[in-house]
Design a protein around this ligand. Structure first.
Ligand code: ZN
Length: 168
């Protein structure tokens, strides 16, 4: 069980969070906040390779009527377009909340080298909580994981969003 309460935690196959990780996660959190302001579940994602942002995105399932409109899928799609290749070897996917099975599938298809996420998602997380698709020997791709980066910020965005929704 991975600790998501600490500001930095180490996944079983990943290293500790670096200062760069905190920086990119801050960008992802900004995307998450924008999603929340637009009435979407506040999750944001950034794809980084060689120290450059390939793409950043946020949840947009509701506004786009798209069940695959999660921040990670949208960011990976945009990164693939930018790179001119649906494979993104060497890329790091930053996402504010632990990815679901669909998003992990997309990250595996893209051959993402490393996943860095904020808070865990005990109900749908597929990077250690409900499933662990980051490091399954039956799959032909595995990725390093660093969990719990700026987890408190990511969790507070979610909690505020659902609290406000219940209140309205
Ligand atoms: Zn997802």
């Amino acid at each position: 069980m991975r600790s998501a309460s600490a500001t930095t935690a180490t996944g079983p196959t990943g290293g500790a969070a670096t200062e760069a990780d905190q920086h990119w996660m801050a960008l992802a959190l900004r995307q998450a906040a924008r999603a929340g302001a637009a009435g979407e579940v506040p999750v944001g994602a950034v794809v980084v390779r060689d120290g450059h942002v390939l793409a950043r995105s946020r949840n947009a399932s509701i506004s786009t009527h798209d069940p695959s409109g999660h921040a990670e899928v949208r960011a990976l799609r945009a990164a693939g377009r930018r790179a001119g290749n649906y494979r993104l070897p060497g890329a790091v996917l930053y996402v504010t909340v632990e990815p679901c099975a669909m998003c992990m599938g997309a990250a595996i298809q893209a051959r993402v080298a490393r996943l860095v996420y904020g808070c865990a998602d005990p109900k749908a997380g597929a990077a250690g909580s409900l499933f662990d698709l980051t490091n399954d020997r039956r799959l032909n791709h595995r990725m390093a994981v660093t969990a719990g980066v700026n987890a408190q910020d990511a969790r507070e965005l979610l909690q505020r969003f659902f609290r406000d929704r219940r209140a309205s």
